[in-house]
Design a protein around this ligand. Structure first.
Ligand code: AKG
Length: 284
């Protein structure tokens, strides 16, 4: 008999509706992309990877994020790019082994870090603004239906977002395949749609999502600032948006893999005209 808390599949494995494996939660695990991860990502447009960073690693990354934003208290929602150029802790997250295999599984072996944004949401602030990622200048939707995967975003929660109103990300599962937009009149509402999902993420979790998924930050009732660190991976011909070119000093001191992921090629036609240099992944 199927209880209201558990389902048993044909192999006798149990998927329990518990805090660790709740139903309707696109939960994954750090590391390799499983077939189930792939299926869930295609259905929902996102995955949640818990326990990517330890408490200590979160503390270090949070300190780095605060340095990126400077010592002043945040006045409004703000994003600052390319913090990795001078913060080694943020640099290390670019090819984190808990996340990179999933990026490869979705984008293949030829992609770049299109941007890295450190966002702050001030204490007791509301910054609701539902949107899809992409370009206001030339909407990705103009390229075809369903909107292609051009910006795959890995968002690290550096402060706890495991209850509502902690500046959580709110997502509309499957909305990357909706041919109609979220109605304009609800785009400033925290509760915009009956099918929205408030992501309750412990600090150190990563939310990996498709540019087409409608999403928004939730207001924060916290008495401290909320920080997220976003890494955006794209096909190599997409213009970088947090930098015109990567700092030459950073390029000199970083690893060969990160140099390759920066996408600063000798010639601008490299990603168009063939001869794309292989990215030195561990297994190539
Ligand atoms: O609140 C955040 O950190 C994410 C903001 C956001 O949705 C975005 O930058 O696309």
């Amino acid at each position: 008999m199927i209880s209201d808390q558990t389902r048993t599949n044909a192999d006798g494995q149990t998927a329990a509706a518990t805090a660790t494996h709740p139903e309707l939660m696109p939960i994954s695990q750090p590391g390799a992309m499983t077939e189930m991860d792939h299926f869930v990502f295609e259905c929902f447009g996102y995955l949640i990877i818990p326990d990517v960073l330890s408490e200590e690693e979160c503390d270090e990354a949070l300190e780095a994020a605060k340095r990126v934003h400077g010592s002043r208290p945040a006045e409004k929602f703000l994003q600052i790019g390319k913090g990795f150029e001078h913060e080694p802790v943020l640099e290390r997250l670019i090819d984190h082994p808990a996340v990179l295999p999933k990026v490869r599984a979705l984008l293949g072996d030829r992609f770049v870090l299109q941007a890295a944004w450190c966002t702050v949401l001030p204490a007791n602030a509301g910054a609701v603004g539902w949107h899809q990622d992409g370009s206001g200048a030339y909407d990705f939707k103009q390229l075809g239906y369903p909107v292609p995967l051009l910006q795959l975003r890995a968002s690290y929660s550096l402060t706890d977002q495991s209850e509502e109103n902690m500046g959580n990300m709110i997502m509309i599962p499957g909305s990357h395949r909706s041919p109609v937009p979220l109605p304009k009149e609800v785009r400033k509402e925290a509760y915009a749609s009956p099918i929205q999902h408030i992501v309750r993420a412990k600090r150190g979790s990563v939310l990996l999502f498709h540019n087409g998924v409608w999403h928004s930050p939730m207001p924060s009732h916290l008495d401290y600032d909320r920080y997220n660190m976003h890494y955006i991976y794209s096909p190599p011909w997409l213009r970088r948006s947090d930098r015109d070119a990567t700092d030459p000093e950073f390029l000199q001191q970083t690893t060969p893999r990160l140099r390759a992921l920066m996408g600063d090629y000798d010639r601008p036609d490299v990603p168009f005209a063939g001869g794309f240099p292989p990215i030195p992944f561990d297994d190539v």
